[in-house]
Structure formats: structure tokens, C-alpha cells
Design a protein around this ligand. Sequence first.
Ligand SMILES: [Zn+2]
Length: 284
Amino acid sequence: MSRNAERRETAKATLTRALATDVTRTGPKSFEQLAQFALNLGAFKVVKRPMYREDHGILSGMLVPVEGGCLVAINERIGASRQLYSLAHEIGHLLHLRDRDSTQSTIRREKYRAEWDRHDDPDEERSCEVIAAELLMPEHTFADHLRNLPDSLTSVSNLSQIFGTSITATAIRIVELNSQPRLLTRWRQDKRTVGAVRLSWQIRNSINGPSVEVIPSNSKSFAGAKAAWSQGGLKVTDETLLERVAQGDSRYVGFPVFKTESIGFGVDKSRFVLSMSHLEHIRR
Ligand SMILES: [Zn+2]
């Protein structure tokens, strides 16, 4: 089992135990439902308020120690889907606190005083992200929807509306739960060249397929991403420029062709492009 798949299994087991329900089979969640989960897990209150960070970065949510327990604060200045995700993420932290001291049935304030800054622990952060995804886009339900929709980036908007999640979080889930090898790439504006795109990040699922490496300096060569930046709608291209493919036996196979779909989202500064490469579509 891959490290990611292991994390998902752990998150599901933790959630099922703590909430006494199999979250992998539940439907989309509202903010109010998640707030109730947080209260059930020992939070004192869930509030939305404006939040600012000294460095002007965006703070989406946090646990705050207060008299009588712990407050979950969510930034009211961010969009609804990010508020939902942020609350799900904080529920992850509540679960970690609980797990660290399973003998306590309620979470006490003293404990938070010492531990509320755990936002800096990268392992815990990663785990909270996985918990948030399992909670908001439960595997079974999400996969059901996925089966009834085209295996394409065109399904992202639809699914993000159903589950109340952001475009990016939804696209990651589509790739993660896909039964075929998929590579997701996120692009942003290249500040130096108008209309050009640069690689932000890339993830792929753990389904066996060719291991693909894209060299960022050549990332402009994704023709579809560039077209999707300036035009509306889905661009489907045969990309030849994934740089290098090594197969299971490490044999070098040069420059195969993959079907890659690209769509642009958002406007102006918040515009980005997502590309999904279908790694089984190789023609030799
Ligand atoms: Zn966190």
C-alpha cells in the first residue's frame, strides 16, 4: 500500500471511531454539520470571524484556547468552500489532540495552552488534509458520483458543487480515487511572459502506470495548458513533452504521447489552469 493510501485508511478509521459513523459512506456535509462534529469532539464553540495574519498571509482557521475549552475559529473573509475545508481541517487537529490523550473524554483548556500551535508539525498538517478530504468527499459517495460522470476534468465543477469543495481540492480527489493512472498539474501565470503559464505543482495517484517526470523549466511546452489559460472550455491535447518515462524495469522509454485535458478557472490574479494527463493513453 502506498504512503498516501495508508494515510487515507488511517484517517477513515480515526473518523469512523471518533464520530461513530462510517464517514466513507456518508454524503456531502454542510458547515453546520461539521460544526456539530467539532462540538461532539469536545470543541467549546465554532465561530466565524475576520482573521488577519501579521505577514498579510491568509489564515483560514485555527484552534484557540479559551476559558472553558477550545474555540474553533474560521475566517469569514474566505469563500464558502474554503471555510468548509478549513473547518474539516481543524476537526483533524481536534482528533489529533484527542488521540494524544485518549484517557480524557473532554478536551481541557490546559492541554490547548501547550499544544494549540501544532499547526507547524508537517506530519500532522498532512494528516489533517487527508482527514478533511475523507470527511468532505467520502470515498464511497464520491466514487459513486464519479462513476456516473465523464472521467474528465469537465466533471470537476459539477462535483465541487455537489460536495461544496474548491475546484482544486475536488480535482485532487478525482485523481486520487481514479482507477486509472492519472497525473494532475496546476499552472499559474508566468510573470515574465504575458499569456505563458508556469508549473505550480503536480500530483499523481498511486495506480500503477509509467512514472512520469516533468521538468519545470520546460513546462511551458504543455500546449493545452497555454491554450486553456486564454480560452474558455476544455482543451484536449496529445502531449508529447512529458520529459522522461521509466517503466517498472527502469527501461528508458523516450517521449511517449499522453492524452491531456486542460481547463482554466478564475479570473485575473486568481486564474489558474488544471491539466489531467491520462497516463494509460500511450501510443508507441
Ligand atoms: Zn493545520
